[in-house]
Design a protein around this ligand. Structure first.
Ligand SMILES: Nc1ncnc2c1ncn2[C@@H]1O[C@H](COP(=O)(O)OP(=O)(O)O)[C@@H](O)[C@H]1O
Ligand SMILES: [Mg+2]
Length: 321
């Protein structure tokens, strides 16, 4: 194993993908180290699948370089395919085949493969091994796709939206499964538009928006850098007519309010000095008999980071597409 190989399972530099006039992926650089789970987080249309398919060797980049365990697709495609596991798309499977037959078929594609019974039980499919694919639920199918991607004991696993479209319980089961798949030396690269999925599974999150990476760090690191401290907010007990006058008065006496975002009837702030500001607000509001209600304070989340970096909420951007 050479040095490069031991440091990175995946190293991609300046990837670009265009579809006629759409710049789907705009100079994206990513890496995965052994034992790391990296999530590419972004709304629909951000360029996640295009990026993922380039990394999997299914789509040729217009620009940029990809190295998997020190190897490149142009010269070492066959070797790379033995090293990676790729989550399948439903259309690629034969729906009359059983779970066991499907896994056997995929095992036949590789030089070495995982023990089938072990894999069935690890992915909680042992009771379903003789069931035809057409009779599986969404969550069970997703577990099978993950099992298929693990058949060649990959060192690097690619999962494109592994829990999209599943109900919350099935999603949690898939998360638990992915958590188990995280072994000491294996790397996972997954894409998602669920903040919670990225937060739960990823050691590092790369936030993608409109083809570009806005930031890339651990969830805690992203929060520390972009939204340190806490998020707090309030709304005023006022009619529409008096609201803006009251807001102006508060802003005049509390200059830090200018850093906040106006919400319906109030304001939200991301701050390192939340408790001091809350005290100041209380004092100034009382002086002028301004009624403050629904005061809240919470830890910053990746949602706040996404909003800070893109100016949008992830669920809003998602609905727009
Ligand atoms: N085969 C294609 N032909 C033309 N445009 C495409 C094609 N695939 C994706 N796109 C466009 O590229 C952008 C990124 O898409 P995609 O990589 O699928 O994003 P995501 O997986 O984040 O939803 C979108 O604007 C999408 O419409
Ligand atoms: Mg996609």
């Amino acid at each position: 194993m050479n040095t490069r190989e031991s440091t990175f399972l995946l190293q991609a530099e300046n990837l670009v993908k265009r579809y006629s006039t759409t710049l789907a992926v705009d100079h994206v650089s990513l890496y995965v180290r052994p034992g790391e789970c990296v999530a590419l987080l972004g709304p629909n249309g951000a360029g996640k699948t295009s990026t993922c398919e380039m990394l999997e060797g299914l789509l040729t980049p217009d620009e940029g370089t990809i190295s998997i365990c020190g190897l490149g697709y142009a010269r070492n495609r066959r070797e790379i395919l033995e090293l990676i596991g790729v989550q399948l798309q439903e259309t690629q499977l034969y729906k009359k085949a059983t779970v066991r037959e499907t896994l056997q078929l995929f095992a036949s594609f590789y030089r070495s493969s995982e023990d089938l019974n072990g894999l069935l039980s690890a992915t909680h499919l042992n009771n379903l091994e003789n069931r035809r694919l057409e009779a599986l639920s969404g969550g069970q199918k997703q577990a099978l796709y993950i099992a298929c991607s693990l058949i060649n004991r990959p060192r690097l696993l690619f999962l494109d939206e592994p829990s999209a479209g599943l109900d919350p319980e099935a999603r949690r089961r898939i998360w638990a499964l992915i958590g188990q798949v995280k072994q000491s030396e294996r790397g996972i690269f997954l894409t998602t538009h669920y903040l919670e999925e990225a937060e739960k599974l990823a050691d590092r999150v790369a936030i993608m928006f409109e083809g570009r990476l806005a930031a890339q760090d651990s969830p805690a690191g992203l929060i520390r850098t972009y939204c340190p401290g806490a998020v707090w907010g309030f709304s005023l007990d006022a009619s529409a007519e008096t609201l803006s006058a009251q807001r102006d008065y508060l802003k005049l006496h509390l200059p830090w309010l200018h850093h906040g975002v106006e919400t319906q009837g109030g304001c939200e702030l991301n701050s390192l000095e939340a408790s001091k500001q809350i005290q100041e607000l209380t004092v100034v509001a009382r002086q002028k008999s301004i009624g403050v209600h629904s005061l809240y304070l919470r830890q910053s989340t990746l949602e706040d980071v996404f909003l800070k970096l893109t100016g949008r909420r992830l669920d809003e951007t998602h609905q727009r597409h």
